[in-house]
Design a binder for this molecule. Structure first.
Ligand SMILES: [Zn+2]
Length: 337
């Protein structure tokens, strides 16, 4: 299996944005503050890192892209470049010491005056005081500094920050494009489309497939789905006996919920006439085809809405088992109506 580079991932996810920013840098027209607004999976981080690499790369390619090989590129990729300051929230909030670090770096850049780039991910999780110190920098940029503020939801960003940055919206990529990259990387056909909906990169997909967890989860979610489609009350029992043991940690709980969304989305894909390699769960294609015929579009949309709501229930610290059991009962009520 080959590993897709950061630049290649950025290009695949956001080809237009990447070439736009490469052009801006070449023309020396880069602004000093941007807000990258994009849901997880839209590549906001890889595009930010590509921009950082382009600013420092010693060996720009003929296409105007960073090489990814030189010592500058490699230090940025390793998170070890003194002029690329990255802050990722540690837990729920951006912490006070992270803000102190940012402030110290801002001050240093004012003194040194050399090229520097700040990348702050999940900037919506900044405390107000942290945001205010950031604002100060944005209002009075110093030297050749660039700030890339990243968020999955610009509605959570303080208006004062929104009005002082250029907002760049990252649209979601078609899973089909990632699925074909996964094919090139040797991912099994039965897992490609599912992984393309669960992850944003070949690397993340490969991390999920290093052991048998995904295969196992895909099979058990498929069985739960089939039981639901048949209105079989044993679907409820399967939550505890089959799905719970898969939920090794919070992360995996989230992946399982995403899988429940996708297995039901397959029924909608079937109604839309999509088949084969465009199904997340091809092994239960028959069940999803049947339920697509049996239920009205309204019923399917109701079920989709229920599955989509589980993510925020989990974020709200609801018990995982309770979420799944309540969902199963609601789905069974729809199917047997
Ligand atoms: Zn380079």
């Amino acid at each position: 299996m080959t590993e897709e580079s950061v630049v290649a991932t950025a290009q695949r996810l956001q080809p237009q944005l990447v070439s736009h920013f490469m052009h801006l840098i070449q023309q020396q027209h880069l602004s000093h503050a941007y807000l990258f607004n994009g849901a997880d999976g839209t590549g906001r981080q890889v595009v930010a890192r590509t921009i950082a690499m382009r600013l420092f790369c010693q060996n720009i390619t003929a296409e105007g892209l960073p090489c990814g090989q030189c010592s500058e590129c490699r230090r940025i990729l390793a998170g070890d470049h003194p002029d690329v300051v990255t802050v990722i929230p540690d837990g729920q909030r951006i912490k006070v010491d992270q803000v102190r670090y940012l402030k110290a770096e801002f001050t240093k850049s004012a003194v040194e005056g050399n090229q520097k780039i700040f990348i702050v991910d999940q900037v919506d999780r900044m405390t107000t005081s942290a945001a205010n110190s950031l604002l100060k920098f944005i209002e009075e940029p110093v030297g050749k500094t660039v700030a890339l503020l990243l968020t999955a939801n610009k509605n959570l960003i303080l208006p004062t920050i929104l009005s002082r940055t250029q907002v760049v919206d990252f649209l979601r990529v078609a899973p089909q494009a990632l699925a074909s990259a996964l094919a090139d990387a040797g991912i099994a056909p039965s897992q490609r489309y599912l992984l393309a909906t669960l992850t944003e990169s070949v690397q993340a997909a490969q991390e999920l497939t290093t052991d048998d967890w995904l295969k196992d989860a895909q099979a058990k979610v498929g069985q739960w789905f089939t039981a639901c489609c048949q209105g079989d009350e044993r679907a409820f029992v399967r939550v505890q006996s089959e799905l719970l043991p898969l939920a090794l940690n919070r992360d995996r709980q989230g992946v399982i919920l995403d899988m429940l969304v996708q297995v039901w989305h397959d029924a909608l894909r079937q109604q839309a006439g999509e088949v084969g390699d465009q199904l997340a769960f091809p092994q239960v294609a028959q069940a999803s085809q049947q339920v697509a015929r049996q239920l009205t579009i309204d019923q399917l949309v109701t079920i989709m809405t229920l599955t989509l709501a589980t993510r925020s229930q989990l974020a709200g610290n609801m018990n995982f088992q309770t979420i799944l059991e309540a969902l199963t009962l609601q789905i069974l009520a729809q199917v047997t109506r």
